[in-house]
Design a protein around this ligand. Structure first.
Ligand SMILES: NC(=O)c1ccc[n+]([C@@H]2O[C@H](COP(=O)([O-])OP(=O)(O)OC[C@H]3O[C@@H](n4cnc5c(N)ncnc54)[C@H](OP(=O)(O)O)[C@@H]3O)[C@@H](O)[C@H]2O)c1
Length: 409
């Protein structure tokens, strides 16, 4: 590769920052597909048009941007957060659409790890389109390219992780005091964090397709685990609720069994058990992935969260820290096998926000000593969900079926 082939202009870096913002707009609606943003630039670096992938089965980001540009796409540069697809799903290949529209240059932040859709860059290059793979630019030591690739990977972390690992991305969420307590010694835990933080949790729930708790939380708190609006009414598509309950202790009156959403109460008999007889968590995630589920919000409690960390199955931590201390009570994690500091679970701070009186911290959980290396993508199960998924064991409608064919942009 010649260095000049990897050079990226200021306008293209700015367009990529914008494309990442656009991609994120699809986060609540696009699962099980990736989020993707695209900005078209004229030869002089002016923004011609924008697009993002809004919902599975809908037009891809590149197609949206090309449609908005019309004739002005001729000779343009397309800046995209993810490699344009090269497969015919419910929409045609984006690589072909870019070639047909006369786009001359394409800047790609992240290559598509899904074998069925990859190959867009090669196809574009074969047609004479100049493609800059930003990973190449980053490897040349360009700090802006490193940051741009990182941002594009981060915005698409759910889909990239699920595709590479063959299981849903797992976000652990907890509300705690400054001293890391999630419940007082008498078991009370409502409400450690503020109303504003609890409203933010509903926004988090709206971005996932699965919410999970252990039976301990169901018995202690009796949560409904639905996405609710400001008036407390369930709103929008509801994620599947999953209760990890080895021995069927979920009370039949539990709110999580109401008809606000579907619920799967998983017993050890459903998916298998670990050596201690408790539910095999990796098997649960595998089953959910087969159902087409890509993002689990793990909402507690300390025992289940510790078991997830212990198994290397947590990808992200979102922690709400309230301005309070307890000095005793349940810690955020209860259990796990970290005997010495050198083996601690490590995390990268990605985002800090003040929410009312609380602070919200988002971490990428990395390099856990328990984490297994990723298998090669070609050894991954096909992301197309198998049908049918596990039937819910409890009252409530059948789990909403995933798209018959994930349609990555
Ligand atoms: N502040 C917060 O953010 C927050 C969030 C959630 C909960 N909480 C608090 O946490 C407390 C409940 O804690 P908890 O630890 O009992 O709740 P939990 O972690 O939700 O549930 C633990 C239970 O899950 C079951 N389980 C099944 N398979 C498991 C596995 N592989 N690994 C671990 N557990 C498995 C076990 O019961 P079986 O053996 O019967 O299956 C276990 O006792 C409550 O006081 C609640 O208020 C606080």
């Amino acid at each position: 590769m010649r260095v000049s082939d990897a050079l990226v202009t200021d306008a293209e870096f700015a367009a990529l920052r914008r494309a990442v913002e656009l991609a994120d707009r699809g986060a609540s609606t696009v699962l099980p597909n990736p989020v993707v943003g695209c900005v078209l630039l004229s030869g002089s670096g002016e923004v011609v048009s924008e697009g993002f992938h809004e919902r599975a089965g809908g037009p891809h980001a590149e197609v949206m941007a090309l449609a908005a540009a019309g004739e002005r796409a001729q000779g343009a540069t397309a800046v995209v957060t993810l490699e344009p697809c090269n497969h015919i799903g419910r929409t045609g290949p984006c690589a072909k659409a870019l070639i047909s529209a006369g786009v001359r240059r394409v800047v790609v932040a992240v290559r598509d790890p899904w074998p069925a859709a990859a190959g867009g860059v090669d196809r574009l290059r074969s047609a004479g389109v100049h493609v800059v793979d930003l990973v190449d630019t980053a490897e040349l030591g360009d700090a802006r390219a490193v940051a741009a690739v990182d941002a594009a990977e981060d915005v698409n972390r759910v889909w990239l992780t699920a595709t590479l690992r063959g299981r849903p991305f797992v976000t652990w969420k907890a509300g705690m005091t400054i001293d890391g307590r999630v419940a007082a010694p008498d078991g009370t835990s409502r409400w450690i964090t503020s109303q504003a933080s609890r409203a933010d949790v509903h926004l988090l729930r709206a971005r996932v397709d699965t919410i999970m708790v252990g039976v301990g939380t169901v018995i202690a708190d009796n949560p409904q685990l639905a996405v609710r609006d400001g008036d407390g009414n369930p709103t929008g598509p509801q994620p599947l609720r999953v209760v990890i309950d080895s021995h069927g202790r979920t009370p039949s009156s539990a709110r999580v069994l109401d008809d606000a959403a579907s619920t799967w109460v998983v017993s050890a008999g459903d998916v298998g058990a670990g050596a201690d007889g408790s539910v095999d968590l990796a098997a649960v995630l595998h089953r959910l992935y087969q159902q087409g589920r890509r993002h689990v919000l793990l909402e507690g409690g300390p025992r289940l969260a510790a078991a997830f960390f212990d198994a290397g199955l947590v990808d992200e931590a979102i922690v709400y820290v309230a301005p309070a201390l307890l000095g005793a009570g349940r810690s955020a994690l209860d259990g796990g096998a970290v005997p010495t500091l050198a083996e601690r679970h490590r995390a990268d701070l990605r985002d800090v926000r003040r929410i009312g009186p609380d602070v919200r911290l988002r971490y990428a959980v990395r390099a856990s000593v328990f984490e297994q290396p990723d298998p090669a993508p070609e050894q991954q199960p096909d992301p197309a969900p198998e049908q049918p998924g596990p039937a819910p064991e409890q009252p409530g409608p059948a789990p909403e079926q995933p798209d018959p064919e994930p349609d990555p942009a």
